[in-house]
Ligand binder design. Structure first.
Ligand code: 9G3
Length: 584
């Protein structure tokens, strides 16, 4: 039988005012709801109600991890420097890695992640392919000395992460675990009530690692992504760009005097056409020092990573170098380029027959320069930063833009750590082969903040049923009244006997204070017990998520709540649990 949570006892110092330095909803509301307190920049204490939510987030993650067959264990936060020297990462990280020396002058760091530790742990005892695959995970505190911790729990210097590591004899086995973990992460996001998008990072990205980030959509998120109703989603750094240039209906190639026109916006304005009808040129040198000129739709930006890959290194020319080539800044085009120029154009321009583009003469542009007749393109490549409105590469529909909080991620590490640290196993032929590894992280405290970012309104937090500090808060209006108080206590006990978690606001505060605190803390359901209602045998139920209120017969309420459990209409985040109360 779950104990009733008494607001007269629980330490939950709620605040009426917004704390000064809290810039986003989750930071502000978790402080105001008396759930967290700042100990130092980027370092937070969880107060009792915050701890209750944290424990629920962890247990959902634990359940889903256990369901994949991963085994929970616990590694230390204190990590010997030797292991980071072995992996070669001790000097890869700057002051973000919190290093120190112990009393014997030995090097240590506070663990920001645990690839080194887990690889050293298994390398002497996980010895045969017969013992593979193996997945181990922990829920543990991480330390990263962020230069500018901000946004409360979203970017802290000490935070809780579930990090899992898997060991495999071959790629197929690694892929299987990677897919299982990805599916588990989808279930975790659902159960936490997070509106999320799995975002494949571009495999060609740095290090070529296969990885997928799970982004919770939120304006306060630091990541910029595009997504489509068909399910496609991508980080703007990595997503493939299919711009949709607007063909500007022009006669055949004409040279137009465009005095003082140097930027795309000036050109678009001068010709009174959209920027998406113009073509932007960028001159640079590739890794070998050859002249490369890139052409993009005028309304898109160059993606440096993609340019590097397409041109085999790409550095913009300096003004002096532009002069030397006789290239006029702000009026470059494909017609009349130096013959050694290598022309690479964004793939989206392949469909545009007549370009509006510089004439390689200061103060002049071409309209209607025809691809194939007036100029050639040596190479077509994906060069742009994908942006909202571009065509989805999967289904062609216009992509939507969003900001996201990266709450979890799955990685294929290959043999990066096992090779560096001599972690091998005997394969079927008895040869010593380095493990293939995967690693999988869920930001526990970050997910808690992401839930608040997605579940709040002007009154405070509206916790999903699955992670709320308690499911129901019974609010007696006049404490001490010999009718209201006992009725409220009995109601709380009856509801608790259904297995629900119940709080009762038995403080001697005015009704307004109790309602405001209940809305701020965000119990999914409030039940108000007042003298007048009782006189008619009724209490008032209020659904926090929608604000819906309904007078319900006191005698019927526990039956209706039991109905919630039976109705099966419960979504994974618990929404719908109280629909029975509201006749839905
Ligand atoms: C460091 C510091 C910061 C870091 C790292 C190392 C991020 C670091 C990447 C990962 C990869 C995965 C296992 C769980 C899921 C994520 N920031 N990363 O390696 F020394 Cl100071 O942590 N690790």
């Amino acid at each position: 039988m779950t104990k009733i949570l008494r607001m007269s006892q629980v330490y939950a110092p709620t605040l009426k005012e917004d704390p000064a330095d809290a810039e986003i909803a989750s930071h502000r509301l978790l402080l105001r709801a008396g759930m967290i307190r700042k100990t130092a920049s980027g370092v937070y204490t969880f107060l009792p109600l915050g701890q209750k939510v944290l424990a629920k987030v962890e247990s959902i993650v634990r359940e889903e991890m256990d369901a994949t067959g991963a085994q929970e264990m616990l590694m230390p936060a204190l990590q010997p420097g030797e292991l980071w020297h072995e992996s070669g990462r001790w000097n890869d990280y700057g002051p973000e890695l919190m290093r120190f020396r112990d009393r014997h002058d030995h090097e240590f760091c506070l663990g920001p992640t645990h690839e080194e530790l887990i690889t050293a742990l298994v390398r002497n005892e996980l010895r045969s392919y017969k013992e593979l695959p193996l997945s181990l995970y922990q829920i543990q505190t991480k330390f990263r000395d962020e230069i500018r911790p901000r946004f409360g729990l979203l970017r802290g210097r000490e935070f809780i992460m579930k990090d899992a590591y898997s060991f495999h004899a071959n790629q197929e086995s690694l892929q299987q675990t990677y897919d299982d973990m990805s599916a588990a992460y989808g279930r975790i996001c659902e159960r936490l009530g997070l509106d999320y998008r799995p975002v494949q990072a571009d495999s060609g990205q740095i290090g070529g690692s296969v990885t997928c980030e799970f982004m919770a959509l939120a304006e306060a998120g630091e990541a910029e992504l595009v997504h489509c109703t068909c399910g496609y989603a991508a980080n703007t750094e990595a997503g493939s760009c299919l711009a949709r240039p607007t063909e500007y209906d022009v006669p055949d190639m004409q040279k137009v005097a465009t005095p003082g026109v140097h930027t795309i916006d000036e050109l678009a304005e001068f010709l009174d056409i959209p920027a998406s009808s113009t073509v932007k040129a960028l001159a640079g040198k590739n890794g070998k020092g050859d002249l490369v000129v890139l052409f993009l739709p005028g309304d898109h930006e160059l993606n440096e990573i993609k340019a590097d890959r397409a041109a085999d290194g790409f550095t913009l020319l300096t003004d002096a170098e532009m002069e030397a080539y006789g290239l006029p800044k702000g009026s470059m085009g494909p017609v009349g380029l130096p013959k050694e120029a290598h022309v690479i154009a964004a793939r989206s321009l392949q469909a545009v027959q007549k370009w509006v583009v510089g004439a390689n003469e200061d103060g002049y542009h071409y309209v209607g320069a025809r691809l194939g007749r007036d100029f050639e393109v040596d190479e077509w490549a994906d060069l742009c930063i994908v942006q909202p409105g571009d065509s989805c590469p999967e289904c062609g529909l216009p992509l939507e833009g969003a900001r996201g909080i990266e709450v979890s991620q799955v990685f294929q590490l290959g043999d990066k750590y096992s090779r560096a640290m001599g972690a091998t196993f005997a394969d079927e032929d008895g040869a010593e082969v380095p493990f293939l590894m995967g690693c999988y992280g869920v930001g526990i405290t970050r997910s808690l903040a992401a839930i608040v970012e997605q579940h709040n309104d002007e009154h405070g937090i509206a916790w999903p049923f699955s992670v709320a500090p308690a499911h129901v808060c019974v609010i007696p209006l006049t404490v001490g009244d010999d009718v209201v108080q006992p009725a409220a206590e009995k109601l709380a006990a009856d509801i608790a006997s259904l297995g629900l978690e119940v709080a009762i606001d038995d403080r001697g505060e005015r009704a307004g204070v109790k309602f405001a605190d209940a809305d701020l803390i965000g119990w999914p359901l409030q039940i108000v017990v007042g003298k007048r209602g009782l006189a008619e045998g009724k209490v008032e139920a209020k659904l926090r998520r929608t604000g819906e209120k309904k007078d319900v017969a006191l005698a019927a309420i526990t039956e209706l709540m039991a109905y919630g459990k039976r109705s099966g209409r419960i979504t994974t985040s618990g929404a719908g649990y109280f629909d029975g109360l509201f006749d839905r």
